[in-house]
Write a protein that binds this ligand. Structure first.
Ligand code: ADP
Ligand code: MG
Length: 276
């Protein structure tokens, strides 16, 4: 994973219309201000990162974008249009896909069928109905969509098509999750700690995969704790603490920002003081 290689296929599109805009977005749970006034812009063909200590609001921000949690205030604009009232199930049709912080695969379905769910979600949201023959094919394991074949190729899952999740390593299960999201052929892909539990080699592979999708104009938002991976992978990084943005910019500059270091250090100090 070298930084030089990381930026070769970058699409710099100055002035390109943003894919997503957050304006003063807040999500409060009772007295907990999980997200508290975040304004940011995500652009096409770019990998955006979010860093911040545990509990700083990263996952809640993704939940807000994917409509899984209600906004306390603020606005979400996808391609300039408000999505504050759009149901989560309609987001697939608008080209938004995500992976979760913990693996969420259906244990009784093969890898192929799990990935097919992504392609089906997109087709269903677009109003396409499967014919009776289509269903029969699918139940017999046939009728795999080209988007599914392509998603499994990109995530190097060829050969695993007929495996069940429990038969695979944790890292491979995470690749299936990413494949399912890619099979939706999204324009905006949100990844919440996709490499948690992976070793260094697997992380480098995921980094290369995300970078390979940048050239097609995909807009990505990546939450990760591995600072080196963020520097190698992202074009732009946002740093959060206590629900607020405390810095943004080039990855290397953001991780060296004293406010960001203080956010991590302050937390570590408190944990140390509590004897953790
Ligand atoms: P991160 O992903 O950065 O670790 P989260 O977004 O998961 O942080 O959490 C931010 C804060 O909001 C934490 O204090 C967490 O306990 C709280 N929180 C998250 N979800 C809920 C919820 N559903 N109800 C109450 N508090 C929540
Ligand atoms: Mg989280």
């Amino acid at each position: 994973m070298s930084t030089a290689a990381a930026h070769t296929d970058r699409v710099d599109a100055p002035g390109a219309a943003p894919v997503l805009e957050l304006r003063d977005v807040a999500v409060h749970f009772g007295g907990v201000k999980a997200v508290d006034g975040v304004t940011l812009t995500l652009e096409p063909g770019r990998i955006h990162g979010i860093i911040g200590p545990n509990g700083s609001g990263k996952s809640t921000l993704i939940a807000a974008i994917t409509r899984l949690t209600r906004l306390t205030r603020g606005e979400l604009l996808l391609d300039g249009k408000p999505i504050d009232d759009v149901a989560p199930s309609r987001l697939a049709g608008l080209g938004v896909a995500r992976t979760f912080q913990t693996v969420r695969l259906l244990p009784d379905l093969t890898v192929r069928a799990n990935v097919q769910i992504g392609a089906d979600a997109r087709a269903a949201a677009a109003g396409q109905r499967r014919t009776r023959r289509g269903w029969r094919d699918r139940l017999r394991g046939g009728g795999t969509s080209p988007a599914v074949v392509e998603a499994m190729r990109r995530t190097r899952l060829e050969g695993f098509e007929d495996f069940y999740p429990a038969e695979m390593s944790y890292g491979t299960q995470r690749r299936v999750e990413i494949a399912r999201a890619i099979a939706m052929q999204p324009r905006l892909l949100l990844l919440d700690e996709p490499t948690a539990g992976m070793n260094q080699t697997e992380r480098a592979e995921i980094s290369a995969l995300l970078q390979s999708m940048r050239s097609a104009g995909l807009c990505q938002l990546l939450v990760e704790h591995d600072v080196q991976m963020m520097i190698d992978t992202c074009d732009h990084v946002f740093a959060m603490n206590s629900g607020r943005l405390i810095a943004e910019g080039a990855p290397r500059e953001v991780v060296q920002d004293p406010r960001v270091q203080e956010a991590y250090l302050g937390r570590r100090w408190r944990e140390h003081a509590r004897g953790q």
